[in-house]
Design a binder for this molecule. Sequence first.
Ligand SMILES: C[S@@+](CC[C@H](N)C(=O)[O-])C[C@H]1O[C@@H](n2cnc3c(N)ncnc32)[C@H](O)[C@@H]1O
Length: 316
Amino acid sequence: MLVCPALLPAWPPALKDLFGREGPLVLEIGFGDGRFTAGLAKEHPDWLVLGAEVSAASVLRAYRRMKREGVENVRLYHGEGPFALRNLVPPGSLHRVIVNFPDPWPKKRHQGRRLLQEAFFRRLSTRLGEGGALLLTTDHEEYFGFALEEAERTGLYRIEVGPPPEAHLKTKYALKWKEAGRAFFHAVFTKVAEDPTPWPPIRRYAVAHALLKGELPETLSLEKTPVPVPGGVAVFLEVARGKEGFYVLTHLEEEDLTQDLLLEVRRSARGVYAGVSRFGSPLITEGVKGAVAALARFLETLGLEVAQDHTGEGLR
Ligand SMILES: C[S@@+](CC[C@H](N)C(=O)[O-])C[C@H]1O[C@@H](n2cnc3c(N)ncnc32)[C@H](O)[C@@H]1O
């Protein structure tokens, strides 16, 4: 029922592996408490419904709901919608995408965080099947207009604006905004063409570490240091001293993927090890490798010398 990112399927993913059978695939982004998801899955028992949600509390609530209501054609992914779209959805396979009451990010400086942007619509076109469509329902008129313009700019969609279907007005947020007397906006974005740029799944690696010659430093002054990594940024947030060395709490933002992970700098049989701790089972991505490489470079400034490099950044 839950899709674990550490166990991402081979590419392209087979629906049979995810759902145990084939069928029309539907993705809901930001399912909240999952009441719409459960209703949709029950109304269309032949559909395969994949839900993506960033809030862990909401995922748990929805998970319990699916169990309680005996819904079997739903899979829940805890994380960003675009990550699920990119890594769990076979190209050209989606029948529908549902976005009910997306976070509007009304402040100008936060608009970059909005889900429904031109780049998203372009990438979505690579995963939608022929005639596949995204259905948007919102109470936020300005975001609605923004989403229409962003999709229009791609030239990849036929856009129809109309009243929302009844079921979309029964979500937790729909009921909340209905009570507050708000108006609702609805549009269907049907794919008419596909962006030619492929959107391959995120690349993952087995390891990311470096071995260095020299002594373990007495201290590591790395707190709150941002470092650019391929496709994003890593921030070394905090350093804690352990028995064998240091743990560096690292926040990493890459395209479609945000991870908090522990990096380690510790004594090993062959010198000083700088790499990823297994704690939390992070996905080893280009960004993780970049963060480890930045850590090794920092150690070089303290007089250590890279002897073995498994970060892919050519440190030696
Ligand atoms: C305003 S709530 C709407 C919830 C639900 N659709 C409803 O109508 O009741 C927006 C939801 O989207 C989730 N969310 C925001 N950004 C997301 C993203 N990039 N991927 C997946 N979920 C996201 C939030 O955690 C929140 O649960």
